[in-house]
Design a protein around this ligand. Sequence first.
Ligand SMILES: C[S@@+](CC[C@H](N)C(=O)[O-])C[C@H]1O[C@@H](n2cnc3c(N)ncnc32)[C@H](O)[C@@H]1O
Length: 307
Amino acid sequence: MNQPRQTASYLSKRLAAAGLQPVSRYGQNFLIDLNLVDLIANSAEMRKDDVVLEIGTGVGSLTSRLSDAAGAVLTIEIDENLHRLAKEELGWRPNVRLLQGDALHNKNTLRPDMMEQIRDAMSRIGENARFLLVANLPYNVATPIISNLMLETPSPDVVVATIQKEVGDRIVAEPGSKDYGALSVWLQSLCKCSIVRVLSPKVFWPRPNVDSAIIRLDAQPEWRANIPDLRYFHETVRTLFFHRRKFLRSVVVSGMKGRLDKRQVDEVLGSLGYSETARTEELPVAEIQRLVEALRQAEIKAKSEKE
Ligand SMILES: C[S@@+](CC[C@H](N)C(=O)[O-])C[C@H]1O[C@@H](n2cnc3c(N)ncnc32)[C@H](O)[C@@H]1O
């Protein structure tokens, strides 16, 4: 089967022939530079024992490259019309499964049957199977998709995704910078994070209003194993960055309300040597991990004292 020639005019004609137009609420900005579609696929360094999840099939141009390189591809598209078009293009490929629907079950969870299919595909491939997310993600849901995927079983070994550049900057941000926040700490605690390429709006049709970036995340299982309670860590990091401008002490006191009192919070912060004027956004990732674990232990102690 011929690969679609993904230029803006090819795509607009193809959609028009099906009576369709890009739907902006679904973040339908299609990559029209085939070299960049290749760059995304190549950056993932796929193997035949990889199971790849693609969120946002579109008309399937990245999907066909994923199918060529990986063992199995599960691709999901929210738009019924695009799902139908992609099925016509890709339906003959034995290692591609196309799902129609929302990849997110709600803002904190991915669609359970999608994850079930990933697990099934991995068990079919066997013990060397890896799980990858490779996608040109819809920008409005890129952050919950990547963040929540890290809490799933399996979580991805590698993520290569096109996202809004601003989100990419937040992912790789260093402590003390304006972009450093909960997303940086969460993902940098679990993965080596890098920006592969910044993309101008020109390489998409229709053009988005913002720059984009291809990011790559490489999971580090030994880092993950150092975090005793991932869900607690995820939630608490979000709490710590909720009020960026406040001092750490007042952020922790308000975030831990009903769980730890002021004296208990001061004990934790004192034991870690934080001054009155410390701020969360200045703390390196490893220090935030230490702080969250100390808060968790203090909560466990406080609960056991109540009982
Ligand atoms: C940026 S486009 C990428 C399309 C194609 N993969 C490409 O590279 O040109 C994002 C796609 O995700 C789809 N989409 C948006 N929200 C979605 C969601 N919650 N679940 C699944 N697909 C979604 C859109 O309809 C759109 O086709």
